[in-house]
Every structure is written in structure tokens, then in C-alpha cells.
Ligand binder design. Structure first.
Ligand code: SAM
Length: 300
């Protein structure tokens, strides 16, 4: 993660003004700023003299006029402004319900609404998902993928589990047309402790998109242990994660927006020690670089 740099001085009309160069969320002319390339909304600010000579990414030229740039913290695209945009939030979205309230049900699950929804849908179709299968969408959020799976699957065959009631409510209210909901009857459970037994139905396919990328090892173990008895024979569970080349310390504290990275070996081991065969799939075109692992229940 980026460290917060020390504040820098930006000259105003009457002298120097202190601004923070810490990463954050910004607005200009009353509109929040998002990256036109990747839709991320966290930027690292910098100051730059307008003179073409002596361009510096971060610095002060007390004699000259300045422009401000924001570098996208995700894809590094640079955006230019004539004045410092207003800082409207910290870099990290707040955990849980407060984060949903702060940034809304689309952004709090990562933005890229259409792209990430379709990507998950097309991926599982390639893996053989058919309308008669039961799909368990673990940490389904505000139905970013659900809006594609629910119309495709037979009525009652979409099982969504999510810990934030507000996300489920927003998904049903704003993303899924009422007629579709009535006709397809998705089964939705709000739970933060992987209570898969509440569905009363085994899953042929399960998906955890961008869940293990934010969980400590103890909760990944918990999810895999509890899921194992609720998978149909021959079923498959696909999970995404941020891959690291070396094993890293992951804090046991839980925060929806912390980035947790694991090695390939760690991800395979999570499965094997909880009753699963594990297979590394790797790249599946995730725009932020999460890779995929497949877990198959070991027959008992
Ligand atoms: C990055 S979002 C992804 C949501 C969804 N899979 C998608 O792709 O749109 C991660 C989701 O995991 C949920 N989550 C985190 N821990 C959870 C848990 N223990 N049980 C259920 N949901 C959880 C969060 O509330 C959030 O909705």
C-alpha cells in the first residue's frame, strides 16, 4: 500500500498554503472524480509548475503558477486540474454498512459494474454452468453478477449469500426489475458467518468473486469448511484472489476494503486442508489482476 507522504506547500495568492498529498477521494465543481480509465476513485495528488521547464510531479515553485494533478492509485492515469480539487474522503472506503452508505452500492463492491458482472457470468458459462444448475454466489454484494445469473438460471436456482443487508436491499431495489424477481425467485441470505445451511439446497457451482482477496486466512478456512457439505457431488467452487509471489503477513483484523494477498501454494493449501481438491486457474481477465482458483469437493 502507498504510504501517506508528508504535506506539501502550495502557494495561494497571499502566500503558501499547506495541502495534503495523502491518497484520497476528490471532487471538482461539485462532482466526484473517478478515473476515466478504470473507474477507481482513489487518487494520489501532486503539484506541478505550469512552466514546461522544470516539471516536477511533487513540489513547489513559489514564483510560478501551479497546476494540480491526480494520479489514479489503481491504474496510474494522470488527471490535470487548474486548482486543487476538494478532498472528500479518505483513500479507503469504510468497512461494512458505513462504506455502503458513503459511496453507494455499486462503488462499495468495486465499481466496474457492467464489466465485472458480465465477466463473472461469461466465465461460469465457459465452465459449463447451465440453467438447471444451482449457483451459490458467496458474498454476492448488490447483485453485480446476480443481475446476469438470475435471468439465466431456472427459478430459485440462484443462491446469494451476503453479510450486508443494505447491499442486498439496494440490489433488489435498484438493479433487479421486480417482474424478474417475482419470476426467478432468487434465494438470498444475509449472513456474515457462512450459514450455507439456510438455503436447504446444495450447489452445483459456487463463486466467491473478490471475497478471499479481502479475508484473513481464518475466514477463508471457515468458508471452505462450511461450504464443503453444501456442494453437490461433482460440483465446483471458483474463488478469486490477489496473487503474491512470496508469502505475506495478512492481518487477522477484517476490513472489507483491505487487500489480502496469497501465494498460489497458500490458496491450494486452504482447499486441501478443508476437504477440497484445488486447481490453480490463474488469469481470467480480471481488470484489477485478481486470479482464479477452482476447488472441487473431495468425495467422502
Ligand atoms: C468486493 S465485494 C464483491 C461482491 C460481489 N462478489 C461482486 O463481485 O460484485 C466483496 C463482498 O464481500 C462481502 N463479504 C465480506 N465478508 C463477508 C462474509 N464473511 N460473508 C458474506 N459476505 C461477505 C462484502 O460485504 C462485499 O459485498
Amino acid at each position: 500500500m502507498m504510504q501517506n507522504p508528508a504535506p506539501a506547500l502550495a502557494p495561494g495568492s497571499g502566500g503558501a498554503t499547506t495541502i495534503s498529498l495523502a491518497p484520497g477521494r476528490f471532487a471538482a465543481a461539485g462532482r466526484s472524480i473517478t478515473c476515466p480509465h478504470c473507474e477507481n476513485d482513489v487518487f494520489v495528488p501532486g503539484i506541478m509548475p505550469l512552466e514546461p521547464a522544470g516539471i516536477r510531479l511533487v513540489g513547489v515553485n513559489p514564483r510560478g503558477r501551479q497546476s494540480v494533478l491526480l494520479m489514479c492509485a489503481d491504474c496510474t492515469r494522470l488527471l490535470w486540474f487548474g486548482q486543487m480539487p476538494q478532498r472528500v474522503g479518505d483513500a479507503m472506503i469504510r468497512h461494512g454498512q458505513r462504506g455502503v452508505e458513503d459511496v453507494g452500492h455499486r462503488k462499495s463492491v468495486g465499481g466496474l459494474w457492467d464489466q465485472m458482472g458480465k465477466l463473472q457470468f461469461e466465465f461460469l458459462l465457459e465452465q459449463g454452468l447451465k440453467p438447471h444448475h444451482y449457483l451459490l454466489d458467496i458474498a454476492c454484494g448488490s447483485l453485480r453478477a446476480g443481475v446476469h445469473f438470475i435471468p439465466y438460471l431456472e427459478p430459485g436456482h440462484y443462491l446469494g449469500l451476503e453479510k450486508e443487508q443494505k447491499l442486498i436491499d439496494a440490489g433488489l431495489q435498484h438493479e433487479l426489475p421486480e417482474a424478474l424477481r417475482q419470476c426467478k425467485r432468487p434465494q438470498l441470505v444475509v449472513s456474515d458467518s457462512f450459514e450455507f445451511e439456510k438455503f436447504g439446497q446444495k450447489a452445483d457451482y459456487a463463486l466467491a468473486q473478490s471475497l478471499f482477496s479481502h479475508l484473513p486466512p481464518s475466514l477463508i478456512d471457515d468458508c471452505l469448511t462450511k461450504l464443503r457439505p453444501h456442494m453437490a457431488e461433482g460440483g465446483a467452487f471458483y474463488a478469486t484472489f490477489f496473487e503474491s509471489a512470496v508469502s505475506r503477513d495478512v492481518p487477522e483484523r477484517v476490513h472489507d476494503h483491505q487487500r489480502c494477498e496469497y501465494t498460489q501454494a497458500q490458496m491450494l493449501d486452504f482447499g486441501r486442508r478443508n476437504g477440497w481438491e484445488a486447481q490453480y486457474i490463474g488469469n481470467w481477465n480480471h481488470p484489477r489482476g485478481q486470479v482464479m482458483v477452482r476447488y472441487s469437493p473431495v468425495p467422502v
